[in-house]
Ligand binder design. Structure first.
Ligand code: ADP
Length: 311
């Protein structure tokens, strides 16, 4: 668990980047910091691994103040992925992935197994990619290496600062899908910075919307879309008006095989009603004129909304 208590950051030139920040990021959670440029997202992220020192307040990881950690231990235990692909150009892919395990003095065979395991995890054949140089990979593949490099020594926490924003839209969507898939397997605490609401809604278990160095709203994607705290959040997500009046039928997916019973909802019901019911049940069966025409889950709605909000 990562806990910010009244954390402040004032840069030496007097810029107050973050103010009175209170945040609890739960273990295993995919937590997204979102907001316009300059609102303090990167500063917040970098305070976690002490790349930026805090000016006031306390920041704890699993109950221990970050100032009390040995700096190397702290950095090694926190994976970090940046927007700019920061692979070492003269080293092979395997050597790039092995940087932190090497520093931790893992033995050769353990490192080698780990490298292969990670490459396979993101669908890159080790026999093909191990010995390549970063320049021999596409931008999307390089960024995939950036992600697994951050996972190499099995850290509990991974910080990601706009990791996909330099990629073309197709690679970006693919990497988002891969990351979700990966997170289902590894269940790490991920703190992810983006200014793209669509990305935030797609990836986050919870989002923290920031403005001018302060938290404006924290909640699940549904909570934020359904109940934006103020006009700033409303305009930032830009989607609220669009769910209004939309019907469950528009988000219907195929009837799941084997599903025999469950709560039903009428095809003409508003999406917001389905969202409320889905707080209590995993799937709703859509009924139209006495026939069961499909089903809807929380994921279906989130995907629909992610496709609707402006990029
Ligand atoms: P974001 O990641 O949301 O774009 P940042 O955390 O990078 O925002 O920046 C927050 C504020 O702090 C901005 O006003 C930015 O100009 C300022 N800032 C960032 N880094 C520094 C620095 N090293 N010195 C002074 N001001 C900075």
């Amino acid at each position: 668990m990562i806990q910010f208590d009244q954390v402040e950051k004032k840069y030496p030139d007097g810029t107050q980047a973050v103010q009175q920040l209170d945040l609890i990021i739960k273990k295993g959670e995919f937590f997204v910091l979102i907001g316009p440029s300059g609102c303090g997202k990167t500063t917040t992220l970098k305070m976690i691994n002490r790349l930026i020192p805090i000016s006031d307040g306390t920041l704890r990881i699993d109950g221990k103040k970050i100032s009390e950690f040995d700096i190397h231990e702290l950095r090694w235990n926190i994976g970090y992925v940046l927007q700019q692909i920061a692979l070492f150009p003269h080293m092979t892919i395997a050597e790039n992935i092995a940087v932190v395990p090497e520093m931790r003095k893992w033995n050769r065979s353990k490192i080698s197994r780990r490298v292969d395991e990670l490459l396979e995890m993101v669908g890159l054949d080790p026999s093909v990619y191990r010995n390549r140089k970063p320049s021999e990979l596409s931008g999307g593949q390089q960024q995939r290496i950036g992600v697994i490099r951050a996972l190499a020594a099995d850290p509990e926490v991974i910080l990601m600062d706009e990791p996909f924003s330099a990629l073309d839209p197709i690679s970006r969507e693919k990497l988002q899908d891969d990351l979700l898939e990966l997170q289902r397997k590894i269940q790490k605490t991920i703190v992810f910075v983006t200014h793209d609401m669509k990305e935030a809604i797609k990836l986050g278990d919870r989002l923290c919307v920031m403005k001018d160095g302060k938290v404006v709203q924290i909640g699940t994607p549904e909570e934020i879309i359904e109940h934006p705290a103020n006009d700033f959040v409303k305009s930032f997500i830009g989607s609220h008006d669009r769910i209004e009046g939309r019907k469950v039928k528009e988000v219907a997916v195929q009837f799941p095989i084997g599903l025999k019973e469950g709560r039903t909802i009428s095809a003409g019901a508003p999406i917001s009603e389905a969202l409320q019911l889905l707080a209590e049940t995993d799937v709703l069966i859509i009924e139209e004129n006495g026939q069961l025409i499909g089903s809807v889950t929380r994921e279906t709605i989130i995907q629909f909304l992610a496709g609707e909000v402006r990029a």
